[in-house]
Ligand binder design. Structure first.
Ligand code: IMP
Length: 424
């Protein structure tokens, strides 16, 4: 099994960190292929230690694994150094970390523009993480980005930053009435920072392909989630990259035919951070209960997550657009104690019943969930280790999700610990 993709099948925060960590040990390589330090992966190691990873692949916690920040990722040098140092302070060996020479850098002007743009948008804001992700990807596509390899060539770096900053400063000063950034300060700072990781900047595309040729296995770790994909998500309330499985090939430089399995991570209910439509969102005390019971607070930003029932329409959609072969269902334990558990099986859009994602943004904004009630369970699931340990009603809930989404559930999470997983 040469390359496996692990992808969030909702709006992110499905518990991918745990899945990567569980699988990471089986792989020689764990690769991040998009996003940046907007991600937040919580991993609890076997010795009970809690890690919140942002930019560095979750495989860093599995000794001996090589961890690649792929070409599709946007890298904030300051955030990288901080995260790397934080891991080292806790005794994690980061020597297996590699950074693609083609990954783009998040510069201070990207962060500044992200924040002022959001403020400027007012009510129409995306609710970004404010980490400069969108502006860095904008520059990549506009062909004025700065790449990791540029850090190794001071002359080129000067030229690129100078060209980019000229326009950025005009925007910051003339459009947003902000202070201009000093070119020398920007370049000197990033060069100083790069000393901490320059030797890790390599041709990861070549290395990954050579690893595949040697028969080694790769785990391609998606960040955010399917519905936050810039092409397939709830545009414009999305991130600026392609978390979906197709992005794994582009963002790492391996052929799509090398990917033989796509694991979709689905949470047993739904959450979303930031703005945008969310049909099954619960704005009442039930939503508050899910947030509290599920500990639904952003790892990275500390923002409270919006919570709602499981939405099988988006689940089915995610299975299709990613080619999901099997599902890791997380946080099933959170739903214990409910008389019945609603599952959204379709929508009513402007008086019409629809079973698939509405084609237009307005259609999705108008989607009212159609629920099916599943009998609930009161048992604490956190100690369940096998399928047979689950109450029959919890089993039926999982089976209904399989039927509705069209993908088999191969693993079930019943708590944050590595051992709190049922494999089928
Ligand atoms: P950006 O990625 O910071 O540009 O934010 C765009 C949207 O993606 C916002 O709604 C964010 O809340 C959301 N987002 C970004 N990263 C994550 C994540 O790791 N989990 C969940 N939502 C995210």
């Amino acid at each position: 099994m040469p390359a496996i993709v692990l992808i969030g099948a909702q709006w992110g925060d499905e518990g991918k960190g745990k899945a990567t960590d569980l699988l990471g040990g089986e792989f020689g390589w764990v690769v991040r292929y998009q996003g940046g330090n907007n991600a937040g992966h919580t991993v609890v190691t076997p010795d009970g230690r809690d890690f919140a990873l942002k930019l560095i692949p979750s495989g860093i916690l599995s000794p001996g694994v090589k961890n690649v920040i792929g070409n599709g990722v946007v890298v904030n040098p300051e955030a990288l150094i901080e995260e790397k140092a934080g891991l080292e302070r806790r005794g994690v060996d980061t020597s297996g970390l590699l950074i693609s020479a083609d990954s783009h850098l998040i510069m201070p002007y990207h962060v500044a523009i992200d924040r002022v743009t959001e403020r400027y948008l007012g009510k129409a804001k995306i609710g970004t993480t404010g980490r400069g992700i969108g502006p860095a990807y904008q520059d990549k596509v506009a062909r004025v980005g700065v790449r990791a390899a540029d850090l190794l060539d001071e002359k080129i770096l000067h030229q690129k930053v100078e060209a980019a900053l000229e326009l950025k400063n005009q925007i910051l000063v003339k459009v947003y009435n902000r202070r201009a950034l000093d070119f020398h300060e920007v370049v000197d700072t990033v060069l100083e920072q790069s000393k901490e990781f320059a030797e890790k900047i390599v041709d990861t595309r070549l290395m990954l392909n050579e690893a595949l040729e040697r028969g080694e296995t790769l785990l391609l770790e998606g960040s955010q989630g399917t519905l936050l994909d810039v092409d397939h998500g709830t545009y414009p309330f999305v991130t600026s990259s392609n978390p979906t499985a197709g992005g794994a090939s582009v963002g790492s430089g391996i052929g799509p035919n090398k990917i033989t399995r796509v694991i979709g991570i689905l949470k047993a209910y739904t959450t979303r951070v930031g703005s945008g439509p969310f049909p099954t969102e619960l704005l009442d005390e039930m939503g508050e209960w899910l947030r509290k019971t599920g500990g639904e607070v952003g790892v990275n930003t500390g923002r409270a997550r919006r919570c709602g029932w499981f939405d099988a329409v988006i689940g089915r959609y995610a299975v299709r657009v990613n080619g999901i072969t099997d599902v890791f269902l997380t946080k099933l334990d959170v739903l214990s104690g409910l008389e019945s558990v609603p599952i959204c099986v379709g929508y009513e859009v402007d008086g019409h019943r629809v079973d698939e994602m509405p084609m237009t943004q307005t259609g999705f904004h108008h989607a009212v969930p159609v629920y099916e009630e599943m009998p609930g369970w009161f048992e604490d699931l956190s100690g369940a280790r096998t399928w047979d340990d689950l109450p029959a009603t919890a089993q039926a809930y999982v089976q209904r999700i399989e039927e509705l989404t069209g993908a088999p559930v191969s693993a079930i999470g019943v708590g944050p610990g590595r051992e709190q997983t049922i494999t089928r």
